[in-house]
Design a protein. Structure first.
Length: 173
C-alpha cells in the first residue's frame, strides 16, 4: 500500500534509502525517539517544532518552510510521518504540513507500534540532513479552516463587554 495517504511498513522499508522520501517521527512521548526510531527518521517535537512561538497557533508559512528545509525536505520530497499513541501527533503534523502547502505528506499505517511489532529495525543514531531550499508556500485550505494569523481576524468580545470579562452566570460562587 503506497498510493494514498497511508503507507504500510513494507512500503516504508522499501524506501528507507530513497532520497526523495523523508521519514519523520512525531510523538506525544518526547523520549521515544531517543529509545529507538526507524533508521533515517528525523524528529519533530509537537510542542517545540509545530507551534508558533508565543501563541497556540500553528507555524506561520515562513517558519514551516524553515523547519522543512532544515530537515532536508524540498517541495518535491515525500514526507512520511509516524509516531506513538495511534499516530496522534503525526496526524497533527500531517495537517500542519498539508495546511502550509506541502504537497506529498503521508502517514505510516499503525505508526511506531506497527513497525516495532513486525520486528523491523530501530536505531538510536540521529541522522543529519543537508539543508534544502524550501520556498514559503501559500496556505492551502484544509476543510475550509483558517487560522487567525492567515486571516488577520481576531475575535472581539460582545458589545458592552471587555476582553477577558466573564458573564455573571459563569463566575465562581
Amino acid at each position: 500500500m503506497g498510493a494514498g495517504v497511508l503507507v504500510d511498513t513494507e512500503w516504508v522499508a522499501a524506501h528507507l534509502d530513497d532520497p526523495a522520501v523523508r521519514l519523520v517521527q512525531a510523538d506525544e512521548d518526547a523520549l521515544l525517539y531517543d529509545v529507538g526510531h526507524i533508521p533515517g527518521a528525523a524528529r519533530l517535537r509537537w510542542d517545540a517544532d509545530l507551534q508558533a512561538t508565543g501563541s497556540r497557533d500553528v507555524l506561520d508559512a515562513d517558519a514551516c518552510a524553515a523547519l522543512l528545509g532544515g530537515l532536508g525536505v524540498g517541495p518535491a520530497t515525500t514526507v512520511v510521518l509516524y509516531g506513538d499513541r495511534s499516530n496522534g501527533w503525526a496526524t497533527y503534523a500531517h495537517w500542519v504540513l498539508r495546511y502550509r502547502g506541502h504537497a506529498d505528506v503521508r502517514l505510516l499505517d499503525g505508526g511506531h507500534a506497527a513497525w516495532a511489532r513486525e520486528g523491523r529495525p530501530l536505531t538510536k543514531a540521529v541522522p543529519t540532513f543537508a539543508p534544502a531550499d524550501y520556498p514559503t508556500l501559500r496556505p492551502r485550505p484544509v476543510f475550509g479552516v483558517k487560522t487567525p494569523s492567515d486571516t488577520g481576524y481576531r475575535a472581539r468580545p460582545p458589545r458592552g463587554r471587555t476582553r477577558g470579562s466573564v458573564h455573571r452566570a459563569h463566575r465562581a460562587a
